[in-house]
Design a protein around this ligand. Sequence first.
Ligand SMILES: Cc1cc2nc3c(=O)[nH]c(=O)nc-3n(C[C@H](O)[C@H](O)[C@H](O)COP(=O)(O)OP(=O)(O)OC[C@H]3O[C@@H](n4cnc5c(N)ncnc54)[C@H](O)[C@@H]3O)c2cc1C
Length: 389
Amino acid sequence: MAVIGGGSTGTSIAFYLQKKGAGKVALIEKDEIAWGQTGKSTAVVRMHYSTEELVKLASASYPILKDMEAKVGGPSGFIECGVVVAGGEQDAAAINANVKMQKGLGVDTSLITARDLSEIEPHIQTDGIAAAAYEPHSGFADPVATAKSFADAFVREGGMVQTRTLVKGFRLNGNRITAIVTDNNTIEADTVINASGVWANDLLSSLNISLPIDVIHEYVVLIKRPQSFQGSHIVFMDVPNNYYIVPKSTSQTCVSVLTGDMSRRERSPSSYDDVQSGPDFETMNDFAEKLAYRFPTMREAEALGGWSGLEDVTPDWHPIFDWSSTLENLFNAVGLSGHGFKICPALGMFASDLILRRKSNLIDHHFFAEDRFSVGRTISARLNAGSMA
Ligand SMILES: Cc1cc2nc3c(=O)[nH]c(=O)nc-3n(C[C@H](O)[C@H](O)[C@H](O)COP(=O)(O)OP(=O)(O)OC[C@H]3O[C@@H](n4cnc5c(N)ncnc54)[C@H](O)[C@@H]3O)c2cc1C
């Protein structure tokens, strides 16, 4: 078997395949482990979603990310700081319904009042917040450490990692792949797992396969907090204002968007060569204004710069996670947009179940099937906020 892509998705799938006795598994990565979008991720770990399937995947992943050293043998860098998802009047019904559904699935979450929120986060100004969901034990992790921990554990289980190796094409026999062709060698494979993220359509172009995945762009801005706002804080997701914050160290905070720039949708990451640098003035100004409103003390904050990220987005913001509808032994694990990190352990368990046993107890495997778009079974979300789908 061959897994293409050494991000959080591919490393987790490779690990669980190898651990469950898949035989000889190769993990092929064109750069280094976590050098793709995993390394750009803000890596928020929360359970708040509007579909049961994503909630189940996030819930199954949480204990692994929280206790990765014991469960996988390496760190995830998980920090439990609490996560709040906040909305205005227009979001209240969706947030209330989401929390009810999540509680039914055993998630430790609750609806909190504006007063509760001020107690949890004294720096916050709560005007306009009509609903808020609080997960006290959620937080964020280190995406690079997590992917490396999976890759190292995969090697300990007997897997083979080949980095600096670009998959350029495939050998076929009828509608089966027999080998993958790289710039270094040819690797025979009875099953191929495509975990190439935003590069999915570039990778599949030699097979004339085109998945309904667009690549969108977003910036992450790193901020130095003022003296009056030191220490940690909650992850705060402001749905109507389309941004969220994540604490980084005791004095810095990352700010980014819940939905990336949908005015520009490309098929390939290479189309974004013009914006692959740090955030522009307009973006930093926009974040500064939103933050100063919600956290008045942040008026004194200083932008330190930041970076660009890309997301692989399907029309319904849910992944394509199933056998290919074109080739028998190709499994697609792509279209993860802003969801992929927090659910990466469960993705590995789920994919390895489907590949080795053709079924999984985690969720119904038809839910993320590729053909849902052609048969009109697209998934709908309660919150209209991209990564919060
Ligand atoms: C700015 C940003 C913030 C985010 N924040 C969050 C968050 O808070 N929480 C969350 O859960 N998710 C978040 N995400 C999403 C999450 O990070 C990703 O969905 C997740 O890391 C899964 O990535 P991946 O492994 O699918 O893709 P990647 O990490 O991009 O991995 C794909 C790999 O495939 C390799 N590859 C591609 N083509 C080839 C080829 N032909 N040959 C060999 N190798 C190839 C690439 O080099 C790459 O390393 C965020 C993403 C971004 C960009």
